[in-house]
Every structure is written in structure tokens, then in C-alpha cells.
Design a protein around this ligand. Structure first.
Ligand SMILES: Nc1ncnc2c1ncn2[C@@H]1O[C@H](COP(=O)(O)OP(=O)(O)OP(=O)(O)O)[C@@H](O)[C@H]1O
Length: 319
């Protein structure tokens, strides 16, 4: 879907991005992770040509973006900025309607899609007439996401989308991010410097340092098979928590004991990590999980045993 080949970019004497290559599939989230100034945002902005690469090529569905009209290119790519990027003198309705207006949608189509998006992002309809500064930070960020998704772009670029939020709002928006149907089947590239966030949201992580790509792979690959000392150092001190966040609990299903009785308190499992379930188990000795229609029982101990068994399988080493 998206392919970067040997991309480099310098600003005066700063080599911001050095010979980066990667691809993103149509239904995955690739997280660009790294410390401040390592070239993440520059890489992201080269994909929608807000910044032009000095050398190398970027392809979208096999087509070189240099050959695509800039406006057409950007209309097919949703873009969510840190601090939402809403225009302060536009109402929420006007902000959300920017792309539909460029696409010359009629008012009825725009209104009904806007209502659908506000509903899906748990925003009350009466926000439409307000201005961005009359909304909370979490609401502004949701509006930013609604705006980016209005025209159902197959590609979504997100630059530190949750960076400015308080921890509680951040958690609730991240949970929505994982379950929102509008985000399925999209190629998503997300920039963050937050390691935990990268492990929670990324299907793959591209770790960058000083303009270079140090390693790219599934979260557990970076943890279990770090390419060099730099990668190891990056995760030092957080390895246990990160690996628990990287393993989806549904993968442990074959190794968990069945629960004989059906109770209403079973937690329905989709994308929860082992870490999410351990947080629940901090409050009680066991819980029931409903995974693909099967009822399982989990305790701290049984989850740890299941992880060991899972890691011994082929899937566990590459997941
Ligand atoms: N327009 C610009 N002019 C000059 N230098 C720039 C420009 N944009 C970025 N840089 C420099 O390029 C390097 C990479 O910047 P970039 O914003 O891509 O990093 P980043 O990893 O996204 O950082 P952060 O997490 O702080 O946003 C930095 O040294 C930065 O100072």
C-alpha cells in the first residue's frame, strides 16, 4: 500500500532522515518510534508531500507520489496532528467539512456522514456549532480524528495524536482507537515517542535514531531479537511490561483452562493485551474470559504459564 525506498531529507546541515525504506500494508498500523528530533515527523510528512524528499521514492499502491497531483494525493490521506490542528476560527462543523467541501459533496451527504462520525467518536451533535477552544482536549482530538476519517481515506497519518492528552483521556481514546471500525483495513502510520503507546497500538514498530531506521518489526521481535545494543538500551527497564502489552490475550486461548460455568461477568476479548487482563486481576483472584465464543478462566499464575507455552510455539516467537 505505502512503500518508502531509500528516502533521505536534509535541512541545511541537518541530515533529518537518512536512507529510510519500509512498507506499510493496507490493514496495519506502523508506529514510527524514537526520541525527539530523530526524524519521525519529517518521515511522516514526506508521505503526503508536506515535505519533499531529497532522494528516494515513495509509492502508494505502486504509483510514485511524485506523479500524483498534490491535492489529489492529500485528499486520499487522512492526517491527524498533535494538538488536533483544528482551525480556531472555524466551527467544529466547518472544520469537519473541509475535505467533503474540497470533494464537492452535497450538504446532505456531508451532514449525514458528519453525524455518523460524531456518533462513532462519542461526540454530542450539538458540538457542531461550537469553536475548537470551547471543547476539551479529548473532544478536540476526537474531532481531529473525525475530520481525518470523513472521506474514508485508505491511508491515515497520525503525528503524536494522543501526546497532549491527560492520562485518563489518553487511555479511553487509545481503547477506541483499537476498536473503531472506521480504522480497520487502513494503512496507518503513527508517530510517537511513547514506548508504551507504540507497543499498545502498533502492529509493527519502526525504531528510529538520529535520522536512521534502527530496526523494524513486530513489537515482540524488537524485544526478543534486538538488532543491536541501541535497540536493547531503548527498551531497558521496561521489557517485562512491554512484552505483556505486546501479547494479545486471545493468542493464549489454547493454553488457558476452560471455565465450566457460564457467568455474566465474562470479559469479551478482542484486542486486549495480557497486561490489560493483569490489571483486572490486580483487583480479584481470577476472571473469566470469552474468547471466540469459548469461556476460559484466568489467574495471574495461569496467564504466566500460558505465556510460556505460547512463546514456545512458532507463533509466539514471531507474533
Ligand atoms: N523545517 C525544518 N528546518 C530545519 N530543520 C528541521 C526542520 N524540520 C525538522 N528539522 C530538523 O530535523 C530533525 C528531525 O526533525 P523531526 O521533526 O522529523 O523529528 P521528530 O523525531 O519528529 O522529533 P519530535 O518528536 O521532537 O517531533 C531535527 O533535528 C529537526 O530540528
Amino acid at each position: 500500500m505505502i512503500e518508502l525506498k531509500n528516502i533521505s531529507k536534509s535541512f541545511d546541515k541537518t541530515n533529518a532522515v537518512k536512507n529510510i525504506s519500509f512498507s506499510v500494508l493496507k490493514d496495519e498500523t506502523l508506529v514510527l518510534l524514537g526520541t525527539s528530533g530523530c526524524g519521525k515527523t519529517t518521515t511522516l510528512k514526506m508521505i503526503n508531500r508536506l515535505i519533499k524528499a531529497d532522494s528516494g521514492d515513495i509509492f502508494i499502491n505502486g504509483e510514485n507520489i511524485k506523479k500524483i497531483n498534490e491535492e489529489k494525493l492529500r485528499l486520499g490521506i487522512g492526517y491527524v496532528l498533535q494538538n488536533h490542528g483544528l482551525l480556531p476560527h472555524y466551527t467544529i462543523e466547518q472544520n469537519i467539512a473541509i475535505v467533503p467541501n474540497l470533494l464537492r459533496w452535497g450538504k446532505d451527504k456531508t451532514d449525514s456522514r458528519m453525524e455518523e462520525m460524531l456518533h462513532k467518536l462519542h461526540l454530542p451533535l450539538n458540538l457542531k456549532d461550537k469553536y475548537p477552544n470551547q471543547l476539551s482536549g479529548g473532544q478536540q482530538q476526537r474531532v481531529g480524528l473525525a475530520r481525518a476519517l470523513m472521506a474514508k481515506p485508505p491511508i491515515l497519518l497520525m503525528d503524536e495524536p494522543f501526546g497532549a492528552l491527560d492520562p485518563i483521556t489518553k487511555e479511553s481514546i487509545k481503547k477506541e482507537f483499537l476498536t473503531l471500525d472506521e480504522l480497520q483495513n487502513k494503512a496507518i502510520v503513527m508517530v510517537t515517542h511513547d514506548i508504551q503507546e507504540a507497543f499498545e497500538l502498533g502492529d509493527r514498530i519502526c525504531l528510529m535514531s538520529n535520522g536512521e531506521m534502527i530496526q523494524i518489526g513486530k513489537p515482540t521481535e524488537l524485544l526478543e531479537k534486538p538488532r543491536n545494543g541501541l535497540v536493547k538500551d531503548f527498551f531497558r527497564g521496561q521489557k517485562l511490561q512491554l512484552s505483556l502489552k505486546a501479547i494479545e490475550v486471545k493468542n493464549l486461548s489454547p493454553f488457558l483452562e476452560p471455565s465450566a460455568d457460564r457467568y455474566d461477568d465474562a470479559i469479551s476479548i478482542d484486542h486486549q493485551s495480557v497486561w490489560d487482563i493483569l490489571e483486572i486481576l490486580a483487583e480479584k483472584p481470577f476472571c473469566r474470559l470469552e474468547i471466540n465464543g469459548e469461556l476460559k478462566k484466568a489467574t495471574n499464575g495461569s496467564l504466566m504459564e500460558a505465556i510460556e507455552k505460547f512463546k514456545a510455539t512458532k507463533n509466539g516467537t514471531t507474533e
